[in-house]
Structures are given as structure tokens and as C-alpha cells.
Design a protein around this ligand. Structure first.
Ligand code: AMP
Length: 182
């Protein structure tokens, strides 16, 4: 079967590498780098993200550090929209706001430039993968603090067994191209 005739979830799963016990024992890491090695596959994934985002009447795409920067800028460009970076603490040079959030062990901090979102902007938050939803929620909080509205979240991969989608519900709708059950 050619890659054009298979559905997008099958295409994603055929091109994502699952690495057992990375970065630690018990985690099955979903590595999206193989799908970037094939321009045709990567274009099909981008097209699926564009088709989802186009009707949402967006003012910006927000990508999360760092794998949200792989498709995020191309998605924004295709829709003629600004691309806004949310980065780990200490990486953005101008005035920022920050949010701390809990990880399995300890906490992390994300930042956004204060001038990157204007009050009333309608944004789509994008990352490579939804796990527990903590990173996406922290990102949504940054956007909301700047007066932005969350139109939704879009991921390439969703770890459905972690039920991140349920925690995102109060912020916006959730879309992913491929679900994993483990
Ligand atoms: P979470 O905040 O739990 O939803 O975690 C999502 C963030 O962690 C995303 O930026 C992912 O890139 C990364 N992540 C979490 N779990 C995995 C996994 N199993 N494979 C690849 N990336 C992951």
C-alpha cells in the first residue's frame, strides 16, 4: 500500500519509533524523528494538521519547546499566522511571563514573551505529543494570562491511556493524529 492510500494514524504509527525504557525504565518513548526523515510523510502530517486548524478561525499558532517547533512554524506559515514560542526557562531573551508546573519528580518552568500574544487572540497550542497534559495546561495558562483565548490543542501523538485529554477539556478542544494505548 502506498503511503498516500493509508490513513494518517497508520502513517504516523508506521513512522514513529518506539524506544523502550527511554529516558528511564518503564517509559516507551515515542520518537518522531523518523517521520521527519521522509519529506513526503512529513508533508502528509503537516497537511493533516493544517486541515484541522484551518476552520478554527485562529490568530496564532503556539508551539511548545522543543518538538512543538518541528511542525508548528510550517503550520503557522501555511495558514498565514504568527508562530509563538513557549520555551523552557531562561531561553527567551525579552520580557517574559512564567508558569511553574509539576512533573513526575519536581517542577518545571515555561515562559512566553509578553508581547507575543495580544488580548483577544485565538490560538491553537501545538506539541508533538500529549501525555498527562501538564505541559499543555501550563502553556494554556501562559496564553490566558496574556489575554489570549485557547481555540484548542493539536498533537501528532496522544498517549490516550494517560487521559491528558480529560484534563485539557476545561481549556479547549483536543485533536491528535494518532492514539497510543501503551
Ligand atoms: P505531559 O506534560 O505529561 O503531557 O508531557 C508532554 C511532553 O513531554 C511533550 O512535550 C512530549 O514531547 C514529552 N513526552 C512525554 N512523554 C513522552 C513519551 N512517552 N514519548 C515522547 N515524548 C514524551
Amino acid at each position: 500500500m502506498s503511503s498516500q492510500s493509508i490513513d494518517i494514524e497508520t502513517l504516523v504509527k508506521a513512522n514513529v519509533r518506539e524506544v523502550a525504557d527511554f529516558p528511564k525504565a518503564g517509559i516507551s518513548f515515542k520518537d518522531i524523528t523518523p517521520l521527519l526523515l521522509d519529506a513526503k510523510v512529513s508533508q502528509q502530517i503537516l497537511t493533516a494538521l493544517i486541515e484541522h486548524a484551518r476552520p478554527l478561525n485562529l490568530s496564532a499558532i503556539v508551539g511548545i519547546d522543543s518538538r512543538g517547533f518541528l511542525f508548528g512554524p510550517s503550520l503557522a506559515r501555511a495558514l498565514g499566522l504568527p508562530f509563538v514560542l513557549i520555551r523552557k526557562k531562561g531561553k527567551l531573551p525579552a520580557d517574559t511571563i512564567q508558569v511553574d508546573y509539576d512533573l513526575e519528580y519536581g517542577t518545571a518552568c515555561l515562559e512566553i514573551h509578553k508581547d507575543a500574544i495580544k488580548a483577544g487572540d485565538r490560538v491553537l497550542i501545538h506539541d508533538d505529543l500529549l501525555a498527562t497534559g501538564g505541559t499543555a495546561i501550563a502553556s494554556a495558562q501562559l496564553v490566558q494570562q496574556l489575554g489570549g483565548e485557547i481555540a484548542g490543542f493539536a498533537f501528532v501523538i496522544e498517549l490516550a491511556f494517560l487521559q491528558g485529554r480529560q484534563s485539557l477539556r476545561q481549556y479547549g478542544s483536543c485533536f491528535s493524529l494518532a492514539d497510543y494505548q501503551s
